[in-house]
Design a binder for this molecule. Structure first.
Ligand code: GTP
Ligand code: MG
Length: 437
């Protein structure tokens, strides 16, 4: 498993705080210190660690856990979220055009894993997205052609020619793959040091002359937080579209490398997790952190807390009779975002069973209608009548009948939610009295 040590110590911190009976400030401090130690050991930048631990502490102590959850649970959820944002936002897209040969230029320091990664990526793309050719343009190390051929196997052609001019090889290689309508051409280049000005200039020339669709930088994961200045140095010279952090298998400093690359602003596309051709994984901070913390358990906890937060906020508004069209819209936005309908309708207990769920088209219309209202109308739906209905219908490109239908659904939902909310309050009361509602 990637980042074994870091994962172990973070999981240790999580299980210790979850095992405590009382989670007070001292316990949170202890938890945060343990997390700090784990991250610093993995070579994450001290400043980043301090900022992050301050946020964990503050959020865990300040936010109040939603009903049914403890501060323990909250601490774990906050850790999950903060680690995820330490590693970047969401997985970056691989920009590809379907109708022509996409050219990818692989760059990176000497020995960072360019050649190996070109082969891995070629295989990855070949399996999923079409025909892939590889261009061996490393004239410093001509053996890299053989290295590539051995790695990619017979399905993926390697273009090479006996020339001292890398640009000539690149151009002719691209031309060849274009003619044969390949979907991708991936160029392997020679390793270069960021302080070797001449070589960096050469890289700029490659970029200018070849105009690749995507420049990918390989960064050696064993270098830890030094990855930051490396990623920056390359990005200052050529537009780096994505980074592949290599050698994360067994890299003690891998956490440092990943967070440093994320901090440099470049999206991490993949990680390299071994020497074999299949050891390449798409990088998604959420999934990565969830695995680091021991799998679905923690993520599920985080999601349940998130839902409980939303639900309790909504319930509070409902019980105060404040459920307005903005809440109505937020509710459906949430429903949509989180996917499978059945699960979501449980967000408000009982709601799914009693409100007919709108079709996607209808939901689009509802969203458009609500957007055409003024904020006052959204907050006080009783204002929406007469000529206002016609204005809103015109503004959102629907009929006034549609607007009336939306209003009807809203009032239905409001009544229903109010009755559920008083029912559940009655249930809570019964439970407190020792009766089962
Ligand atoms: N364990 C492990 N080893 C890797 C990984 N990626 C590359 N390597 C190894 O790192 C060494 C250098 O890899 P190359 O692909 O040759 O690196 P390069 O950047 O092309 O090197 P130059 O062309 O000399 O600049 C090789 O021994 C690879 O097998 C990885 O993800 N995990
Ligand atoms: Mg190489």
């Amino acid at each position: 498993m990637v980042l074994e040590r870091l994962g172990n110590s973070l999981r240790g911190a999580v299980s210790r705080i979850r095992g405590r009976s009382i989670v007070d400030e001292a316990a949170v401090n202890e938890f945060v210190r343990e997390v700090q130690r784990s991250l610093i050991e993995a070579d994450v930048n001290v400043k980043l660690v301090l900022e992050m631990s301050r946020r964990i502490k503050e959020r865990t102590l300040r936010e109040s856990p939603p009903p049914g959850f403890s501060r323990r649970d909250l601490a774990v959820k906050v850790l999950y979220e903060e680690l995820t944002s330490l590693l970047g936002k969401k997985p970056a897209e691989i920009p590809v055009e379907s109708k022509r040969t996409n050219v990818i230029l692989m760059v990176g320091m000497e020995g960072s894993g360019k050649t190996t990664t070109v082969a891995k990526l070629a295989k990855w793309l070949y399996k999923r997205l079409g025909k892939v050719g590889v261009i061996s343009a490393d004239v410093v190390r001509p053996a890299s052609k053989l290295q590539l051929e051995q790695l990619v196997g017979p399905e993926i052609p390697v273009y090479w020619k006996d020339s001292k001019d890398p640009l000539e090889i690149m151009r002719e290689g691209i031309e060849t793959f274009r003619r044969e309508r390949y979907n991708f051409a991936i160029i392997d280049t020679a390793g270069r040091h960021k302080d070797e000005e001449g070589l960096m200039e050469e890289l700029e020339t490659y970029y200018r002359e070849v105009r690749p669709d995507l420049v990918i930088l390989t960064v050696d994961g064993t270098m830890g937080q030094a990855a930051y200045s490396q990623a920056r140095a390359f990005a200052e010279r050529v537009p780096v579209g994505g980074v592949i952090v290599t050698k994360l298998d067994g890299a003690a400093k891998g956490g440092g490398a990943l967070s440093a690359v994320a901090a440099s602003g470049a999206p991490i596309l993949f990680i390299g997790t071994g020497e074999r051709i299949e050891d390449l994984e798409r990088f998604d901070p959420n999934r990565f952190v969830s695995r680091l913390l021991g799998g679905g358990d923690v993520v599920e906890l985080a999601m349940r807390i998130e839902e409980a937060f939303r639900e309790s906020k909504l319930m509070e508004r409902i019980s105060k009779g404040k459920f307005d069209l903005e809440d109505f819209r937020d509710y459906f936005k949430q429903v949509r975002k989180a996917g499978p309908v059945e699960r979501l309708l449980e967000m408000v207990p009982g709601m799914g069973r009693r409100i007919p769920y709108p079709s996607e088209d209808e939901m689009d219309r509802w969203m458009a209608i609500i957007s055409s209202m003024t904020p006052e109308e959204r907050r006080d739906p009783s204002l929406v009548k007469g000529s206002r209905i016609e204005r809103i219908a015109r503004g959102s490109g629907v009929t006034s009948k549609d607007v009336r239908r939306l209003l009807k659904s809203y009032y239905q939902a409001k009544r229903l939610m109010e009755s559920i909310s008083s029912e559940s309050r009655a249930k809570q009361l019964f439970r407190r009295m020792g009766l089962d509602g």
